[in-house]
Design a protein around this ligand. Structure first.
Ligand code: FES
Length: 304
């Protein structure tokens, strides 16, 4: 009998739920239709954080967690020490948390619609749990408002329960990133030849056809434009798509899965949803061969 730790048992229970699987698959398909295949794709890329060169969702989730922690502390101060004048401060902290949580939910769904099937159910549960927690804070805020900012146990209870629910949602978010590797840079551990290394005969590399080579164990994409040769990582930083199956657009290559575009010149992201660049290699042509050496990978910008 296989021993499972708590996290594995929880993941198995969630992914084993057929209703969850069915609903999340349908919703993912619908979001793909609306945001990936339609004219709203720039909106999705914005929500993914490509413009920020960092995923937007994890930045936004920090705001409600902080604001609602302040909310709970102010509530405790008000209820335990009779500081009823804290009602408006509580409403402000709670309201800020609600607004940021709504933005976090929207950006989270834009990230979730790209996840692999194994992460779909857990991501969906993470969203549902956090949405429910947010709803409880909205109820608490409304009760506080109708009580004219008078703090009471009645408006504290939904906030306290919501805080616990959000903690559960955060646990699942952590599982997604730290156990499943969702949204991590797929080139985080790449390295590459530090010294110029021969890859292929210049004449054997077809013009304008992205081609993958494995050089010292690293997947490298070569693209030849006439006499010029580009070399970047062959794995999309977003979800690991094989970039040799992508499409060349001028001096960029478009990923075949979610259409991120990377510059062939420097590996940078030109269009999301990717937020991290792909590795970059310096090229040289010597003795009719193409040589490369690493110029930039995630853990070191310039090893030379
Ligand atoms: S794998 Fe998603 S854009 Fe490349």
């Amino acid at each position: 009998m296989q021993n499972r730790d708590f996290s594995e048992a929880l993941d198995a229970a969630i992914t084993g739920n057929r209703l969850n699987r069915t609903v999340s698959k349908k919703l993912q398909r619908l979001l793909n239709k609306i945001f990936l295949e339609g004219p709203l794709r720039p909106l999705k890329n914005f929500a993914n954080g490509s413009w920020l060169e960092h995923p937007l969702h994890p930045l936004l989730t920090d705001v409600p967690v902080g604001a609602w922690t302040v909310t709970i502390l102010l509530y405790l101060a008000a209820l335990l020490f009779g500081m009823n004048e804290l009602g408006i401060a509580i409403a402000l902290a709670m309201g800020l948390g609600i607004l940021a949580a709504l933005a976090a939910i929207a950006t989270g769904f834009m990230d979730w619609m790209d996840v692999d099937p194994t992460e779909l159910s857990i991501g969906f549960t993470h969203a549902v749990v956090n949405s429910f927690g947010t709803l409880l804070f909205i109820v608490a805020w409304a009760l506080l408002f109708t009580a004219q900012w008078q703090v009471s146990v009645a408006n504290f209870i939904p906030a306290l329960v919501g805080y616990g629910v959000i903690a559960g949602g955060a646990y699942l978010g952590g599982t997604l990133v730290f156990r499943f590797g969702t949204m991590i840079n797929r080139n985080a551990y790449r390295s590459g030849p530090k010294e110029f290394t021969p890859v292929v005969a210049f004449e054997d590399l077809a013009d304008n056809k992205p081609t993958r080579f494995v050089v010292q164990g690293q997947p490298v994409l070569l693209v030849r434009h006439g006499q010029r040769v580009y070399a970047i990582g062959a794995v999309c930083s977003h979800y690991g798509a094989p970039l040799e199956q992508g499409t060349i657009h001028g001096s960029t290559i478009e990923c075949p899965w979610h259409y991120s575009r990377f510059s062939l010149e420097d590996g940078s992201v030109k269009t999301g949803p990717a937020t991290a660049p792909v590795p970059l290699y310096e090229t040289d042509v010597k003795d009719d061969k193409i040589w490369i050496r690493v110029l930039r990978v995630a853990q070191t910008v310039s090893p030379h």
